[in-house]
Design a protein around this ligand. Structure first.
Ligand code: TXA
Ligand code: MG
Length: 329
């Protein structure tokens, strides 16, 4: 339940009709939270220009105040309202990568004065993206103000890839727009173009290779040797299902087979119930199915999710990153 106009109202999951998108825009304009689909994962949106609305996001997700939020805009023309593009090097890089928008990439740029520090967790930079989803774009275009939106899950838990997943936050969200399953299924690549060399702060479907080809310069990845304070989200436990993920050799000897399931690219010949990410080893399918499968397993009564070390090592960087953090290695 949440309070709207002083009255208790049921938080609602609705079809994304024109009328409901208009209602969502109105709620956002009035400082309420609305969840909406993007091509990556569902976002928990607030009007980015209203400090009070943004603070509701942190409360709803139990998100540490130190973790900044991605700002979503509906068209490239809005960029000058949210970012400061005076630096020529940054401007030139932006001009090269902007054709990836709408798409699953967030760019770190210097923030404009209009954007409250509550969005950026006190930082002078801002993560911005234009999502590639008709419902998100329609909502953003009607709003005509930027929407701050992290993934619509409790902090630390697996991101939502369907509207039903967002019901975990039902108490705090005024409206959930249904856009069915997200086609990418993992969060956007986060690329910082304000540094001396561009740095990937979070892996995603847009890879280092793609970015180096477009930017025509070396792109780094955050490693232990690079200052991790560039990306506050990296310090946090993330993407973790309730069921413990483990390699088979670490499985306690005493655990019953019925309490163990296997998660893999293909079906495994071991004795456990198997959850398959992609029979054809198709990378898009693996990404798309990862979070929904972890959430599905969490609804069942398993103690452990076993993954195969060899398969794990063969995963693409973005999926490897999510599973490593869920495994806590
Ligand atoms: O695909 C996505 O990016 C989804 C959809 C809803 O757009 N959003 C999302 O937001 O994944 P969130 O809050 O779950 O992840 C944002 C990440 C965090 O790791 C955060 O630390 C980083 O982006 N980030 C945001 N602003 C930043 C900044 N100014 N500097 C460095 N990292 C930043
Ligand atoms: Mg998140």
């Amino acid at each position: 339940m949440c309070k709207r106009n002083g009255q208790q109202t049921q938080s609602s999951l609705v079809e994304a009709t024109k009328d409901n998108i208009l209602l969502a825009a109105k709620l956002l304009r009035n400082g309420e939270l609305v969840a909406f689909p993007t091509e990556t994962v569902y976002g928990l949106g607030a009007n980015a220009l209203l400090e009070d609305a943004v603070s509701k996001i942190f409360k709803a997700k139990k998100r540490p105040k130190t973790n900044p939020i991605i700002l979503h805009i509906g068209s490239f023309e809005q960029i000058t309202l949210v970012a400061d593009l005076e630096n020529l090097k940054i401007f030139n890089r932006l001009n090269k990568v902007k054709d990836l928008w709408p798409g699953p990439i967030s760019l770190i740029l210097p923030k404009s004065k209009r954007i409250p520090y509550s969005v950026t967790a006190g930082k002078e930079t801002l993560a911005i993206r234009i999502p590639d989803h008709p419902i998100a774009l329609s909502l953003l275009q009607i709003c005509n103000f930027p929407i701050a939106a992290p993934s619509a899950n409790k902090s630390g838990y697996v991101s939502p890839t369907s509207a039903e997943h967002v019901l975990d936050l039902a108490e705090s969200v005024s409206l959930i727009l249904n856009g069915n399953q997200c086609k990418v299924g993992i969060e956007s690549t986060v690329l910082d173009i304000t540094q001396s060399k561009p740095i990937i702060l979070r892996e995603g479907a847009i890879t280092k290779n793609i970015l180096e080809n477009i930017l025509n310069e070396e792109v780094q990845k955050v490693t232990n040797s690079v200052d991790k304070s560039l990306s506050p989200g990296l310090h946090l436990k993330h993407y973790t299902p309730k069921t413990k993920i483990i390699f088979e050799h670490n499985l306690p000897k005493t655990v019953l087979n019925s309490k163990v399931c296997f998660l893999g690219i293909r079906k495994n010949s071991n004795q456990y119930k198997s959850f398959v990410l992609s029979e054809n080893n198709a990378i898009d399918e693996i990404r798309r199915n990862l979070y929904s499968t972890l959430r599905k397993i969490d609804q069942l009564n398993f103690e452990y999710i076993v993954i195969d070390k060899q398969e794990f090592d063969s995963l693409e960087p973005a999926v490897l990153d999510r599973l490593s953090r869920a495994l806590n290695i």
